[in-house]
Design a protein around this ligand. Structure first.
Ligand SMILES: *[C@@H]1O[C@H](CO)[C@@H](O)[C@H](O)[C@H]1NC(C)=O
Ligand SMILES: *[C@@H]1O[C@H](CO)[C@@H](O)[C@H](O)[C@H]1NC(C)=O
Ligand SMILES: *[C@@H]1O[C@H](CO)[C@@H](O)[C@H](O)[C@H]1NC(C)=O
Ligand SMILES: *[C@@H]1O[C@H](CO)[C@@H](O)[C@H](O)[C@H]1NC(C)=O
Ligand SMILES: *[C@@H]1O[C@H](CO)[C@@H](O)[C@H](O)[C@H]1NC(C)=O
Length: 176
């Protein structure tokens, strides 16, 4: 696990920044790649355009086996002639994290979707899991993150075996 400490500290201390007006965070694509169909069945994996700058992310899936041990490999990438790692590449122990949030970047991601999802309790997980009408809220993403095109790549690993990768593409731009 390699974390750029300055990036993380910036995220933490920028939490109270109030200069976020004039920035738009918007999903541009959402992809679900299944690695192991024994673990998960995806019913829905899509973005919905509610209105011009309001795009919501929706996912609905069934966990076919009880998940007692889970990790997520988090990569934050920025597009500049192809997506390249942008400061953050870490593996989070999900069951440990759900007991006690311990990683600042994971906390930031979790805050974005917790209230739009039933992914909000401690392990084990089994059966239906969903994210519904999630939209990005810049006030929960501490600046400074430069404008540009980003990819949050999440590889979900159950019982040490890759189950699914979800790719959340979004842009950060100045509003006009
Ligand atoms: C898929 O998951 C099942 C259940 O854990 C496991 O038995 C199987 O080995 C996995 N397959 C691969 C290719 O990892
Ligand atoms: C998810 O899909 C299942 C099966 O299709 C459905 O019963 C359930 O209502 C869906 N949940 C949400 C939140 O859309
Ligand atoms: C990101 O982390 C994974 C797992 O720890 C590692 O295999 C991979 O090489 C890392 N990628 C980069 C670009 O550092
Ligand atoms: C989470 O907390 C419960 C209850 O305190 C404990 O039994 C369990 O082992 C913890 N799990 C992890 C992954 O830390
Ligand atoms: C978890 O999500 C479910 C479904 O949205 C909701 O009913 C429940 O109150 C949530 N629990 C917590 C602790 O946020």
């Amino acid at each position: 696990m390699r974390i750029n400490l300055i990036f993380v500290l910036t995220l933490i201390f920028a939490y109270n920044a109030d200069n976020i007006d004039g920035v738009i965070f918007k999903f541009t694509n959402f992809v679900c790649d299944i690695h192991n169909a024994s673990w998960i069945k995806v019913h829905q994996c899509r973005l919905k355009a509610v209105k011009r700058n309001h795009i919501t992310l929706n996912m609905n899936a069934t966990l076919l086996l009880p998940v007692n041990r889970a990790h997520v490999q988090v990569q934050f990438l920025k597009n500049s002639n192809g997506y390249k790692l942008f400061h953050y590449n870490a593996t989070i122990d999900i069951c440990r994290f759900l007991n006690q949030s311990y990683d600042p970047v994971a906390i930031m991601i979790f805050r974005q979707f917790k209230e739009f999802s039933n992914f909000n309790h401690t392990c084990p997980y089994m059966g239906n899991i969903y994210v519904k009408d999630l939209y990005l809220r810049p006030e929960l993403v501490p600046l400074p993150i430069p404008t540009g095109e980003y990819l949050l790549n999440l590889k979900w690993i159950f019982d040490k075996k890759a189950a699914i990768t979800t790719k959340q593409y979004f842009i950060i731009e100045e509003s006009k």
